[in-house]
Design a protein around this ligand. Structure first.
Ligand code: AKB
Length: 320
C-alpha cells in the first residue's frame, strides 16, 4: 500500500486532494502536512496531520522517516500575487522548498513526487492562444520563475537520478470548499461568494481578461491520473499543459447572472492585471490527452451551475 505525504494540505487544492487520496488509499496512508493554517476538524480526525515548513529539510526528512513515505504530492506554494508582494518568500518556499523535496526524494529513494507547475511559467513572449506545450518560457513574476525552475529541476532529477517526478501546469482553479489565497485567478472564486451573498462584486481584473481555468473535480482527477499513469507512456514528465475552459471575467459574470439575475459587477484592475496580461488565454493540452488520456468533465456552464448550487448550500445559514 502506498504511503503518501501531501504538503500544502490545508490549501485550496491540497485540502481536496487529501480527501480524495484518503478515499482512494485509506485515511491512515495519507499524511497531510500544513504550515501554519489550522486544518479542519474533519482533516485532523480522518488521518495523520502534521505541521512542518517545507524550507526546513530536516523536519521534512523526519516526517518521511516517521511515516515511511514513498510518494509526495508537493502542493505547497506561494502564489503569484503574494509572490510579487514578497518575492524573497516566494523564492524560499517555491524554489528552496521544492529543492528540499527533490533532494529528499533522491536520498530516500522515493517512488514518486508530484509537483504542480502553472500557466505562470509562461510569459509575455509566449503565444497567448492555444499555447503549445513546448514554447517560449520567460515568465515575469517570481512565482512564474519558480514554476519554470521546478519543471526544469523535476525533469533533471528524473534524467540524472531516475527519480520519478511528474507535474502539470495548472490554469486558474475554481472551487467552493477551501478559498484560494494570494493568486491572480482568485477573482474567479471570490466572484461566486460575493454574487451569492451580496449580488455585487468588484473585480480586480479587466472585463476582457481571458485566462484558462479548471473546476476542482477536474484538477484533482488530472493530478491523480498523471500520478498513476504508466511511466512508459510518458514522454513528458514535469511540464504538461492541462486545461478545461477559457473565459473572460465578463463572460464569467454573464454566466453567473443567468442564475442570479440581479448580480452586478464592476471592474477596478490593480497590480494583478499586469500578471494576468503576461499569461496565456488558452492552452493546448494535447500532450496530456495523448500520454495519459486527460479529458476534463466541466465546461463553463456546468462549472457555474455546480459552483452556485454547492456554494449556496455551504453559505446557507453561515456567516462568511
Ligand atoms: C495564481 O493565480 O497565482 C494561481 C495560478 C494560475 O497558478 N492560481
Amino acid at each position: 500500500m502506498k504511503k503518501i505525504l501531501v504538503t500544502g494540505a490545508v490549501g485550496q487544492i491540497g485540502s481536496e486532494l487529501v480527501e480524495e487520496l484518503r478515499n482512494k488509499y485509506g485515511n491512515e496512508n495519507v499524511v497531510a502536512v500544513g504550515h501554519k493554517t489550522q486544518p479542519t476538524e474533519e482533516m485532523k480526525k480522518a488521518g495523520p496531520f502534521e505541521f512542518a515548513n517545507v524550507t526546513d529539510k530536516m523536519a521534512m526528512a523526519n516526517l518521511i522517516a516517521k511515516y515511511k513515505i514513498d510518494t509526495i504530492y508537493h502542493m505547497s506554494s506561494i502564489l503569484s500575487a503574494t509572490g510579487e508582494k514578497n518575492p524573497q518568500l516566494a523564492f524560499e518556499v517555491n524554489i528552496s522548498g521544492l529543492y528540499n523535496i527533490l533532494e529528499l526524494g533522491r536520498e530516500y529513494k522515493l517512488e514518486r513526487i508530484i509537483i504542480p507547475s502553472s500557466i505562470a511559467a509562461f510569459g509575455l513572449d509566449t503565444p497567448k492562444d492555444n499555447t503549445p506545450n513546448e514554447t517560449i518560457m520567460r515568465p515575469s513574476t517570481m512565482y512564474g520563475i519558480s514554476k519554470v525552475t521546478g519543471e526544469l529541476l523535476g525533469n533533471y532529477y528524473f534524467q540524472r537520478f531516475g527519480l520519478d517526478v511528474r507535474g502539470l501546469r495548472f490554469p486558474g482553479i475554481i472551487s467552493y470548499k477551501t478559498l484560494p489565497g494570494g493568486g491572480t485567478t482568485d477573482y474567479s472564486v471570490e466572484i461566486f461568494y460575493e454574487a451569492i451573498k451580496h449580488k455585487k462584486y468588484t473585480c480586480f481584473l479587466r472585463e476582457d481578461t481571458v485566462l484558462p481555468m479548471m473546476y476542482m473535480p477536474d484538477c484533482i482527477n488530472s493530478t491523480i491520473q498523471l500520478a498513476e499513469a504508466p511511466i512508459d507512456n510518458l514522454k513528458h514528465h514535469c511540464d504538461f499543459n492541462v486545461t478545461a475552459m477559457s473565459f473572460s471575467a465578463g463572460e464569467l459574470a454573464s454566466a453567473i447572472k443567468k442564475h442570479i439575475p440581479g448580480f452586478e459587477i464592476d471592474y477596478k484592475p490593480d497590480f494583478r492585471q499586469n500578471i494576468a496580461d503576461s499569461w496565456p488565454k488558452s492552452l493546448d493540452d494535447s500532450a496530456a490527452r495523448e500520454e495519459w488520456n486527460w479529458q476534463p468533465e466541466y465546461d463553463l456552464i456546468a462549472m457555474v451551475k455546480d459552483m452556485i448550487e454547492k456554494l449556496s448550500a455551504k453559505l446557507k445559514g453561515c456567516c462568511y
